[in-house]
Structure formats: C-alpha cells, structure tokens
Design a protein around this ligand. Structure first.
Ligand SMILES: C[C@H](O)CC(=O)SCCNC(=O)CCNC(=O)[C@H](O)C(C)(C)COP(=O)(O)OP(=O)(O)OC[C@H]1O[C@@H](n2cnc3c(N)ncnc32)[C@H](O)[C@@H]1OP(=O)(O)O
Length: 723
C-alpha cells in the first residue's frame, strides 16, 4: 500500500466519497481500518459534509478483513493485532454518526466488507455483485457486527443459512430480501448513491440503523425455534467445528438482549475463536491454496499462458468423460477420441448425462448446457488433431498403449500442443520414452469424478518446459480446479502420501481391530468416509492394481494381505455390485455386512500378525494415529524428495484430493499440530512391535531430533528436488 489506502473527496453537493484502495480485493487491513476511522472523523468535523458514500476502488467493494492479519495473530498469539472495529468504527463512527452513510457496492462485499456495508444506512449495488459472510470457513464468526445486522436485514432463517453455509447471494436476491436498497448499473452507482445519501440527510428517505431494527426478527420463541433447529443441523454437519454453535450463540444473544449486547458477545466469541486450532487450520488452508498458484521458475519468469481454444481428450471412460465435461463447461472446444464407435457413443452419452445432470440440479441453465454440448465432437482417428492446443490422454493404465498413443500424438498434433497424461501411477519418462517431445509432456492427474473433485495434480519432469506447465495450470484454473504442481514419482504427491493410509487400516484390521470401528473412528476424525468404505467406492480393481505398484516401488515399507483378493473371490466388488464390506441398496445408506467377518478371519489367519495370536487393544485415538501417522511418514518422504514446491502444497493436495478435513489444515499441518517427536516415537514403537511398515523416515527422525516442524523443508531438500 504505497498511497493512502483510504481517501476522502467532498463534492459541491455536500457528499463526502470515502474510497478504499487496497488491491486486489480491498481487504480491510489495519491501515484501511485506521484510514476509515480518520476519514470518518474528518467527514464529521467538516461543515461542508452532509452525508457520506463509502465505495471500493477498482470495481470491488471489499473482500473483508485482511486474512493475513489472522496469520500474524496465529504466529504471535497477539490479539492486539486485531484493530478495534465492531463498536469503535461500525457503531460509533458510522451507524450512530450524525451524518448518514450509504454503501455503494460493486463486485463483492464479503465478510467485513458486507459488515461495513450493513453498518451504513443504505446499500446501493450493481448487478451481479456478490454478498456473503464466509467467516465460518475461516474458523471464526463475523466479527464486525455481522451476526447482528444480517438477521435484522434479511430475517433470521436466511441470515443463519448464509452464515452457517457460507453462502453468498447476488444483488438481485439481496434486493428481494431487503439487504440491498436498490440495484443500479455501474455507471449509475456513485451518482445514485450520493443522491440517496443526501435524501437521507434531508429526510426524504428513512434513516435506518440496522442494529436497532427488530421488524424481521419475529418473536423470541419463534427465533429460538429457528436457532434450535440450526444448532441440531450444525451438530450433524459440522461436528468438529466450534464456530457454528458460537455464531448461533451470538445471534441468540442479540435477539434476547438487543443488537448492541449481541455485538459485544460477538466480539468476545470472535476473540476466543480466532486462536482456536480450527481457525489456525482453516486460515492456513485459505492462504496455502492461494500459494499453489506461485510456482518458482514457472509463474515468476514473465511467461504468458497461451490461449487453449481446442483440446482433445483420448479415452471416453469415466475419467476421460469427466475431463471432457469440465473442459466444455469452460468454453473449450473438445475432440473426444475413442477406439471404436461403441466406446465413443458411450463416452459422448456420459458427457451429455454429466451436463444434463447439472441442469436438473439447477447448477446450469439449459442454454449454457446446450452451448457446452455444442463444443463437443467425437472422433475415431487423429484427423481433427492438427490444430489442437492441448491433449489429455485418459486411457487405461497400460504402458505400451500409452507409449504408442504419445508417439501418434507427436505426429498428429502441432508442435506447440501440450501433451498431458492422466496416469495416476506410471512414470512420465516411461510414457514419453518413444517420443522426442519430453519437454511438452506432463501429467494432468485428475481425481474421480473428474468434473467434481477440485484437485488437479500437474506432474512435471525435469524436462517439462515451464510454458507447458503454465498452460496446463491456466486451463486447470479455467475449469475451476486447483492445480498443484508436483514432481514425478510413483503415486505423485497425493496417492503416494496416502497409500499407507489404507494399508495402515488394513494392518490394524489384521492386528485384530474391528473393521467397522476403524471406519467409524476415521469418519469421526473428519474424513468423509472410512478407508474400507472408500475401497468399496473405488472398486477392488483399483485397490489390487495400485497395491502391486506401491509394493514394487516402495518395497520394505508396504503391508500386503490377501483381504481384497478374498473379497473378490467371494463375489464382492464393493459398491459396483452392491456387495463389499458394506451392503449397498438404492436409496439407503451403506450397511455393514456381518458376513464379511469370515473373510476377515481367513485373511487374519493367513497373515498371522496378531501378537501371541490375540487381538490388540487400542483406543480411538490410537486408531487415528495408527492409520494416519504412516501417511504423515510418507508425506515426510514426499517433502524430503522435493516432490512438492512447498509443504503447504501437500496440505492443499490432501484436502482437495483425499478430502482430508480442511479444519485440520491438511496432512502436514495436522502432523505439525501434533509434533514430529510424538509421531516419531509412536512409529518407532510400532515398528518394533509390528514391523517395518511403520519405520520412521529419516526426514521425520531429523525433525523430531532437532525439534523442527515437518513443514520446515529447507534443510535437507534442496539439491534432491524433483521440481
Ligand atoms: C471480522 C470479519 O468478520 C472477518 C473477515 O472479514 S474474514 C474475511 C472474510 N472474507 C473472505 O473470507 C473472503 C476471502 N476471499 C475470497 O473468498 C476470494 O479471495 C475472493 C472471492 C474475494 C476472490 O476470489 P478470486 O477472484 O478467485 O481470487 P483469489 O485468488 O481468491 O484472491 C485474490 C488475492 O486476494 C487475496 N485475498 C482475497 N481475500 C482476501 C482477504 N480477505 N484478505 C487478504 N487477502 C485476500 C488472496 O489471498 C489472493 O492473493 P494473492 O493474489 O496474493 O494470491
């Protein structure tokens, strides 16, 4: 912020325009807040000011309080870094002032940005502006009066929905609900807002203070009934997150004792939550996700992404059709190539079903669906490939097949075309072995289902050109994925770090712990489902194939058992055929299948690892640790080998690729919240008791010995980096 972040300009009409300038989103940094206080003081002092309009520079009102300050608070524990806003600025300086304020809102008003707008006496907005209070996604609650003013402006039910689900609304909906007073064009915004402000000052329009309104609150019993239902819902959907109940506590206080009491309660709860482990983790995830788009020697060397107008997808199976769906939905022309017309037709149908499904779910209009499907063309040969800008190959994991496809692609595609493979395991050097195009070959590892899961691992080798990486990163963002650039190794970052997760669960099962208990405990930890249910979902073919890959790549630290093979032999294939560890019936939740017990017993007998032949006794906490510490251990090797740019990239990859709970900050962050020395000591103990699967990595040992965090990658990484 070189120039003053807040300016004041008083016109001859007597309206002071107070403008926030803090690109890119006009975040309310401490300097902005200080600037707002100062300019409000000036506006109150000056006799030539009758009314105020607050506006954001650059087409955005404000993205809320500066999230970087939360990170500073987390590092220092110093709450005094948080400026005093909710009473001093919002109530005293703005809402209770002798001169009225109008918020002129364009682009977005999120978090503290919306709270600032709500403290004003009216809000004028341009079309398509986004309004929301997403603070709960950061582990806190709205802290500038939002828990009090939003229910008073839009009603309790809607406000609770917007806050608890962090759901934004547009200006049009805001107008209907009473949050917005008028929707205008961007050209009209300032003039209209100024006139509105003067109209309030001269009493032609009502002078409304949101905090004092009660007309939308209903009676206390009605309000309490809504809050009770919301509490019950939040206990189910957000069991490990204290901010949800705290937000409802603040709302309730204000309804029972008035808006001002509510503001004080909100401030108290906010200050407690800001230092909670949940807030630390979620703020880390927010900032870490943004950091993934900064890749050394790729995004910092002045390269410009090339325009990808036409792409091709090879293979119309589940993955290929999901990828093609994501591309056409983002306005990219796609050629889908298959080996015969039956497969091609099946792929085209799947894509069409994906797109139509979005229309049914009201996530896409019919017009947009038709437009997207018009961008899709099927092909059985390479004749349409002469002008494609990018190819994503998504055929089965078969080395000779992939090699021959890449040899064909090299001939069929123009020289600038980026050649990507969706392999989840095969070494990229091997894929491109028979070509001389190694510089434009890279991995585009999507997670299934590809049009839904947000992670895109971009796998590079030392030969991949920065331009090819940048182009794929740009396409990844265009199709609304979070691209994370990783190095080339078996399983890349996510599958590699998580293979010991499933194996850890299978190991525990063979040590005598109940399968369904393991799944329950891991779900309660925050994974969307337990490891066995996940195996059911993915199908046993995947488990068998990747098991072979990992055992050969990481010999000596894998755990093998005949369990999955026995399951297949008994006619089970997980969710695919309705029979796995669980039974699957349409319309009902998966039910644990007690008859699987005999298969487990057989597998246990063959593996025979229970000490003294007796099941081990473990607490729920130990189950979490015995399943997840091996994954942290492998994550350490991923860090050590420089497979990721920074430790926090692995956090994001684990959250978006494996659905590791974001409120635990990602795999490495969670490991650091426990501490390297505890993890090391546990793994060492289990390695002695149960074998080399648990042997701690050198990287972990070094951090435990030196008392360093796992995320401190610099000491041993460096020269071994794969990036
Ligand atoms: C007391 C109060 O109640 C507490 C609060 O207000 S907490 C803050 C509440 N606000 C939010 O949660 C909004 C967070 N921001 C977002 O959701 C999105 O960034 C956005 C919708 C504003 C823009 O999204 P998008 O256009 O995709 O750009 P995105 O890459 O996310 O952000 C652009 C840059 O703005 C930064 N940014 C966005 N919001 C920010 C914020 N509130 N504080 C600091 N930086 C912010 C991002 O870190 C990123 O920085 P970078 O360029 O250095 O990586």
């Amino acid at each position: 912020m070189a120039t003053a972040p807040v300016s004041i300009d008083v016109g001859s009409d007597g309206v002071a325009v107070i403008k926030i300038t803090n690109p890119p989103v006009n975040a309310l940094a401490p300097a902005v807040i200080a600037g707002l206080k100062e300019k409000y003081n000036e506006a109150m002092r000056r006799d030539d000011v009758k009314a105020i309009v607050v506006i954001g520079n650059g087409g955005k009102f404000s993205g809320g309080f500066d999230i970087n300050v939360f990170q500073q608070v987390h590092k220092t524990g110093d709450l005094s870094l948080l400026p005093s806003v909710s009473v001093e600025l919002m109530v005293n300086a703005i809402e209770d002032a002798k001169k009225p304020s109008v918020a002129a809102v364009q682009g977005l008003a999120l978090g503290g940005g919306l709270e600032l707008a709500m403290a004003c006496h009216a809000r004028i907005a341009t079309r398509e502006t986004q309004f929301g209070l997403p603070e709960l996604t950061l582990g806190v609650i709205p802290g500038f009066g939002g828990t009090q003013r939003l229910p008073r402006l839009v009603g309790i039910s809607k406000a609770v929905e917007m806050m608890l689900l962090s759901k934004s609304i547009t200006s049009t909906e805001g107008k209907k609900l009473g949050l917005i007073d008028e929707v205008v064009s961007s050209e009209e915004l300032l003039g209209f807002s100024k006139r509105w402000a003067l109209d309030i000052a001269e009493r032609r329009k009502p002078w409304l203070s949101s905090l004092r309104r009660t007309d939308k609150l209903g009676s206390l019993p009605e309000a309490r009934a809504i809050l009770k239902a919301a509490r019950a819902q939040a206990r189910k959907t957000a069991p490990n997150m204290p901010q949800h109940q705290a937000c409802l506590d603040a709302v309730e206080e204000g309804i029972a004792f008035g808006g001002y009491a509510g503001v004080l309660k909100e401030e108290k709860l906010f200050n407690e939550l800001v230092l909670s482990p949940t807030a630390r983790a979620l703020v880390h995830v927010f900032l870490a996700q943004r950091a993934t788009s900064k890749v050394p020697k790729v995004t910092d060397v002045g390269l410009k992404p090339r325009h990808i107008k036409k792409a091709a997808v090879i293979g119309g199976g589940l993955m290929g059709s999901g990828i093609a769906t994501a591309l056409i939905l983002s306005n990219i022309f796609v050629i889908l190539k298959e080996v015969n017309s039956t497969y091609l037709e099946r792929g085209m149908k799947m894509i069409s079903a994906n797109v139509r499904g979005l229309v049914v779910k009201k996530k896409l209009t019919q017009d947009k669906a038709d437009k997207a499907l018009s961008l899709l063309k099927g092909a059985l040969d390479y004749s349409d490939f002469k002008d494609v800008d990018m190819v994503i190959e998504a055929v089965i994991e078969n080395v000779p097949l992939k090699q021959s496809i890449f040899r064909d692609l090299e001939k069929a595609c123009p020289a600038h075309c980026v050649l990507a493979t969706n392999t989840s395991t095969i070494d990229l050097h091997v894929v491109g072995d028979k070509t001389s195009s190694q510089d434009r070959i890279l991995g585009a590892h999507f997670f299934s289902p590809a049009h839904v899961m947000p992670l895109l691992e971009i796998v590079r080798t030392e030969k991949t050109s920065p331009q090819a990486i940048l182009d794929l990163m740009t396409v990844g963002k265009a199709i609304k994925k979070v691209p994370v650039v990783v190095g080339n190794c078996t399983g890349f970052a996510v599958n590699r770090a998580f293979f010991p997760y499933t194996q850890g669960a299978v190991m525990l099962l063979h040590l005598g712990v109940d399968l369904f208990r393991i799944d329950r405990v891991i779900s309660s930890f925050g994974m969307p489902m337990g490891p066995f249910q996940l195996q059911d979902l993915a199908g046993y073919g995947v488990a068998l194939a990747v098991g072979v890959e990992f055992s050969s790549a990481f010999a000596g630290r894998t755990f093998s058992s005949p369990l999955v093979k026995l399951m297949v032999e008994s006619g089970r294939n997980g969710k695919n055929n309705g029979r796995g560890y669980y039974l699957y019936e349409k319309g009902s939740k998966p039910k644990p299948d007690p008859t699987v017990q005999s298969i487990i017993e057989e597998s246990r007998k063959r593996v025979n690892i229970m000490p003294g032949g007796k099941p081990i006794t473990v607490s729920d906490q130990e189950i979490v640790e015995m399943v997840l510490f091996p994954a942290v251990n492998e994550a350490c090797r991923v860090l050590d080998e420089g497979v990721v740019v920074r430790a926090s990239d692995l956090d994001i990859a684990s959250v978006l690729g494996m659905s590791f709970p974001s409120y635990r900050g990602g795999l490495v962050f969670w490991g650091d919240s426990i501490g390297a020395s505890h993890i090391y000591a546990c793994l060492k103990k289990w390695a002695n008791l149960y074998g080399s699967f648990y042997t701690p990595s050198k990287y972990l040992e070094e951090r435990a010995m030196k008392g360093l965090p796992l995320s401190a990658t610099s000491t041993s990484q460096g020269s071994r980096s794969r990036l």
